[in-house]
Ligand binder design. Structure first.
Ligand code: PMP
Length: 381
C-alpha cells in the first residue's frame, strides 16, 4: 500500500516537518512585534548569506513574479536586453520583456548545451545592452549556466546589468552576488529552499538599485522596489500584506540552511546529483545536460528505447512517486526528477527502488537492486 505521495518533481520539493509546522501556526497580525522581528531577521540573513551590499525583497508571489519584479525595476520601454537561454525558462524572459516594449536579442543553445561565454562577450561588444538575463539552472533542460564566468564578462560593460534567474538554483548551486558580479538575483520559495510555493525573493545589488533610481516612476505598482524598500528596511511599515506564515516557513528554511552551512549544502547537492545520475544511467537512462554543465538540483533523463513516458510515470505515481514529464520537444521523451532542498536520504533510496520496480512492471529488463546499490556507494564515498 502506498498512502504517501512523494513529490519528486523539480519544485515544489518535499517540505520537512519543521517548515510545514510554520504553515500551520496561528496567524498573527503582520504588525505583531514578534512577526516584525522575524521578518527583519529573515531579510538580514538572506542579504548576508547571498553576500550583497544591496537589498533583498521577500514578497508574496511565485518565481515568475520575481522575474517580473526584476525586469520592471531595471528596464524600460526601448531598452536593449540580451537573453541568454538554455531552455524554456530562459525563453520566458522574451515574452515577458517584449510586451513591455523592450528590444530583445536572444542567444540560445541547443537543449542540453550552453551558450559559449565568448558569444556573449561578442554580442555585448557589438551593441549596448541595458541588461543580460541568464537562467542559472533551466528546469526544462537541467543545464547549469556558468554564472561565475558570465558575470566576469558582463562586469566589463558598465551600462549592463547582470540578471540571474535562480529559481531552480538558489540555496543549492553556489551563488554570491558580490563575488560573481550578479546585479540582480531572483528566486521562488518552492525549490531548493524546500518551502511551499508562494514567495518571490529578489536580491538587488547596488548597481541594480542605482538603475531603479534612474527610472523614476515605473508603470508597475505591486512589484515596485520603491514601494517595498521601506518595508524591507522596517517591516513594521505597511505597503501590501505580507504572507505571514510563508515568511515564517522561509525563515525556518533559512535556519536549516544556516545550521547546515551553505558550503556543506552545495556539496551535499553535488554528491546527491552525482549519485542519482550514476544510479539512473546504470538503468539505461541518459542525462540530457552535457557533463560540465549538469545541474545539481534536478536530473532530466532521456528514456531508453522501449519505455513509454505516460505508462512509466503512471506506474511510478501508483507506487507513490510523482515525477515531471519533459517540456517542449522533449515531451514524451524524458522525465524530470528533482533532488534539491531538504531531500531525505531514505526517500532517495526509495525513489530509486521504486523506479526499478516500475521498470520491472512494464517489462523492461532490470537487475533489481543495481541502481540502489550504486546510489548508496556514491553517497557513502
Ligand atoms: N524560472 C525557472 C528556472 C523555473 O524553474 C521556474 C518554475 N519552474 C520559473 C522561473 C517560474 O517560477 P514559478 O512557476 O514559481 O512562477
Amino acid at each position: 500500500m502506498n498512502n504517501r505521495k512523494l513529490v519528486m518533481i523539480p519544485g515544489p520539493t518535499p517540505v520537512v516537518r519543521t517548515i510545514q509546522d510554520q504553515m500551520g501556526r496561528e496567524t498573527v497580525a503582520f504588525g505583531d512585534p514578534s512577526f516584525v522581528k522575524d521578518y527583519k531577521e529573515l531579510i538580514e540573513d538572506l542579504k548576508e548569506l547571498w553576500q550583497t551590499k544591496g537589498e533583498v525583497f521577500v514578497v508574496a508571489g511565485t518565481g515568475t513574479l520575481a522575474m517580473e519584479m526584476a525586469v520592471a525595476n531595471t528596464l524600460k520601454q526601448g531598452d536593449n536586453l540580451l537573453v541568454v537561454s538554455h531552455g524554456y525558462f530562459g525563453d520566458r524572459f522574451i515574452d515577458l520583456c517584449e510586451r513591455k516594449g523592450i528590444h530583445v536579442d536572444v542567444l540560445a543553445s541547443e537543449w542540453g548545451a550552453v551558450v559559449p561565454v565568448e558569444d556573449i562577450e561578442k554580442k555585448l561588444e557589438e551593441k549596448t545592452y541595458q541588461a543580460v538575463t541568464v537562467t542559472h539552472v533551466d528546469t526544462s533542460t537541467g543545464v547549469c549556466a556558468p554564472v561565475d564566468e558570465i558575470g566576469k564578462v558582463v562586469d566589463k560593460f558598465e551600462d549592463t546589468l547582470f540578471i540571474v534567474d535562480g529559481v531552480c538554483a538558489s540555496a543549492a548551486e553556489p551563488e554570491s552576488m558580490d563575488n560573481m558580479g550578479i546585479d540582480l538575483l531572483l528566486t521562488g520559495s518552492q525549490k531548493a529552499f524546500g518551502v511551499p510555493p508562494g514567495l518571490a525573493i529578489v536580491w538587488a545589488g547596488p548597481k541594480a538599485l542605482e538603475r531603479r533610481r534612474s527610472l523614476g516612476v515605473i508603470p508597475e505598482f505591486y512589484v515596485d522596489f520603491d514601494k517595498w524598500l521601506p518595508i524591507m528596511q522596517d517591516p513594521s511599515k505597511y505597503f501590501a500584506t505580507p504572507a505571514v506564515n510563508m515568511v515564517w516557513a522561509l525563515k525556518d528554511a533559512v535556519r536549516l540552511i544556516k545550521e547546515e552551512g551553505l558550503e556543506n549544502r552545495y556539496e551535499r547537492h553535488r554528491k546527491v546529483a552525482k549519485a542519482v545520475q550514476t544510479a539512473l544511467e546504470s538503468l539505461g537512462f541518459r542525462v540530457l545536460a552535457e557533463l560540465p554543465y549538469r545541474a545539481v538540483t534536478l536530473s532530466n533523463l532521456l528514456y531508453p528505447e522501449g519505455i513509454n513516458d505516460v505508462e512509466f510515470r503512471k506506474i511510478l505515481a501508483e507506487e507513490g512517486i510523482v515525477v515531471a514529464g519533459g517540456l517542449g520537444a522533449y515531451a514524451g521523451k524524458m522525465f524530470r526528477l528533482g533532488h534539491m532542498g531538504n531531500i531525505d536520504m531514505h526517500d532517495l533510496v526509495s525513489v530509486l527502488a521504486t523506479i526499478e520496480r516500475a521498470l520491472y512492471r512494464i517489462g523492461y529488463h532490470v537487475e533489481l537492486g543495481k541502481s540502489v546499490g550504486l546510489l548508496m556507494k556514491e553517497l557513502l564515498s
